[in-house]
Write a protein that binds this ligand. Structure first.
Ligand code: PEP
Ligand code: MG
Length: 579
């Protein structure tokens, strides 16, 4: 066995040692095999059955519409998908291919889709050409049915020693890991602050992305070492390398155990400045880890994860139960529920095709824009959050604000939801606080225009960096340009924090920068007092807070604010951490 190493970008630290398990995707890999003549009829029946199942899936989605939880355009989109599904080019032509070529149903369908997509590419009318995306979505629905449970990841033999190797994983795929305990994962593509990487960090397992061709080079069951800090993967390591990494692994574990002692300690700097350390969560299940790591609140509940990996949308009651569980679990400590940030890399299957395929999804109908464009969906969520506010200290956080009219419209929607609940005699916290996420440069530059309408602010540095530097956070081809230490980012952070402090509005950072221990002193020196991060990073950051002095950091941070290159800033940050 040849031993070799691959380099990628480490997005979640730690060391894992285990066996590779390659992950296939319905859309990426379709098996192609021939079948004996005697199996042709059953294969055609299998295909017909998959079509029927997808018909049922669409019927169920139609039925969900009557519950009022789905937007109007959704009906039209379902009708288009129904027409495609029942068209003989999709429902009959593959049967002919199975018969003639004696191949499996998946392969027959994939071939037929290829023919149809080619035909669509040649159409001049741009509206009709865009319907290609609908054909592909219907085809994928059928493929998923043929290949087993939609979107399901493989069930590993011994999860802790299983290292998943995939070409790409969506945030929806990775969130499923919460129900498993894989040892680590690797992907060929992906950026440091992609949602896939963020969820990986919250799982507290090592992860390396942007390995370029791990999926091709690694074979099932091969022995792997994943070093999530160095971003390195070693395939078929020899004995000496293995024992070296086993030693490193146990040292890291020891460090982790030591940090546990800080769980109940108050986060305060050496010069007595009190700091709030909150947790970012994706699902109510994350509560245990949040409490285990001593969070004093939830600073970001990424509620959109409730919408992923499912047929249909979560009802008001289902959302309410999830929010209430977190509100009650935090026992009076703040729980900040971000209204759903769907779109871009978190598109949901049940709403796919609702809008045309956006030419540039990160700049498209995402987050608050999507919420305001779909008032019924938004109102359902706002009602659920308000109902949960009766059971704890719940706050509403609105993502991706760019202009003040988005806040005005959101506040009107919240008032509508309150009024309806009042009329129905449903209890809620009438003084619920509403905050805004600062993640678009425009929101920092024009912050004084809307700060008065908000109770608190939270800086989403992941998006702020993406939009300021024009670097797609999920694209590994430009990952080297994604730099939190760019002078523009430092200046925007300084401006946002000082504007909020002057206006006496609490401001937090809830992007990945907050959990990056090497940046803790920089943020403290910029005036930040509230941090929200994945629970896995809380104790490490607390330890840094406990050994920092804000007054001592100030002079270096002032130099950082004036510095004009990322390299210079990086050197000054090292100096800050060395003191
Ligand atoms: C951010 O953009 O920094 C943020 C916290 O939100 P998300 O990562 O979910 O986009
Ligand atoms: Mg964001």
């Amino acid at each position: 066995m040849v031993s070799f190493a691959l380099n990628g970008v480490g997005v979640s630290g730690g060391i894992a040692i285990g066996r590779a398990q390659l992950v296939s995707h319905a859309t990426l890999e379709v098996a192609h095999y021939t079948i004996p003549a005697s199996k042709v009829e059953p294969e055609i029946a299998r295909f017909t059955n998959a079509i029927k199942e997808v018909q049922k899936e669409l019927e169920n989605l139609h039925a969900a519409m009557t519950s009022g939880d789905v937007p109007g355009e959704f009906g039209a989109f379902l009708d288009v998908h129904w027409m495609i599904l029942t068209d003989p080019t999709i429902s009959d032509a593959p049967k002919k291919i199975i018969l003639e070529q004696r191949c499996n149903a998946e392969w027959a369908l994939t071939q037929q889709m290829g023919v149809l997509v080619d035909q669509f590419d040649q159409i001049e009318d741009s509206y009709l050409r865009e319907r290609k995306a609908d054909i592909v979505q219907v085809g994928e629905r059928i493929l998923k049915r043929l290949m087993g449970k939609p979107g399901a990841l493989p069930a590993p033999v011994a999860e802790e020693q299983t290292i998943l190797v995939a070409h790409d994983l969506s945030p929806a795929d990775v969130i499923q890991f919460k129900h498993h305990h894989y040892g680590a994962f690797l992907t060929d593509v992906g950026g440091v602050t992609s949602h896939t990487a963020i969820v990986a960090r919250s799982l507290n397992v090592p992860a390396v992305v942007a390995t370029h061709n791990a999926r091709q080079l690694i074979r099932d069951s091969e022995m792997l070492i994943v070093d999530g800090d160095a971003g390195v993967v070693i395939i078929n390591p020899d004995r000496a390398v293995l024992s070296e990494y086993r030693l490193k692994q146990s040292e890291l574990e020891l460090e982790r155990q030591k940090l546990k002692r800080l769980r109940t300690k108050r986060a305060e700097t050496l010069d007595g400045v009190q700091i709030e350390l909150y947790a970012n969560i994706e699902l109510p299940e994350d509560l245990a880890q949040t409490l285990d790591n001593g969070a004093t609140g939830v600073g970001l509940f990424r509620s959109e994860f409730l919408f992923l990996n499912r047929d249909g949308l979560p009802s008001e009651d289902e959302q309410f139960e999830a929010y209430r569980a977190v509100a009650e679990g935090m026992e009076g400590r703040p729980v900040t529920i971000r209204t759903f940030d769907l779109g871009a890399d978190k598109a949901i299957e049940s709403l796919e095709g609702l809008a045309r395929v956006a030419p540039n999804p990160a700049l498209g109908l995402r987050a608050v824009r999507f919420c305001l464009a779909e008032p019924r969906l938004f109102l359902t969520q706002l009602r659920a959050i308000l109902r949960a506010s009766h059971y704890g200290k719940v706050r509403i956080l609105v993502p991706m604000l760019a202009s003040s009219n988005e806040i005005d419209q959101t506040l009107v929607m919240i008032d509508h939801a309150k009024e309806a609940l009042r009329d129905q005699g449903v209890p809620f916290d009438s003084g619920i606080e509403v905050g805004g996420m600062i993640e678009i440069p425009a929101a920092v530059i024009a912050m004084d225009a809307f700060i008065a309408r908000l109770d608190f602010l939270s800086i989403g540095t992941n998006d702020l960096i993406q939009y300021t530097l024009a670097v797609d956070r999920a694209d590994e081809a430009v990952a080297h340009l994604y730099n939190p230490l760019h002078p523009a980012i430092i200046r925007l952070l300084a401006q946002a924090i000082s504007t909020a402090n002057k206006a006496k509005r609490p401001i937090a950072v809830c992007g990945e920068m907050a959990g990056e221990v090497n940046l803790t002193r920089l943020l403290l020196g910029l005036g930040l007092r509230n941090f929200s991060m994945h629970p896995a990073h809380l104790l490490e950051v607390k330890q840094r807070v406990l050994t920092s002095e804000v007054a001592a950091a100030k002079p270096i941070v002032d130099r950082i604010r004036r510095a004009d290159s990322p390299e210079r800033i990086s050197l000054l940050v090292d100096k800050l951490n060395a003191s």
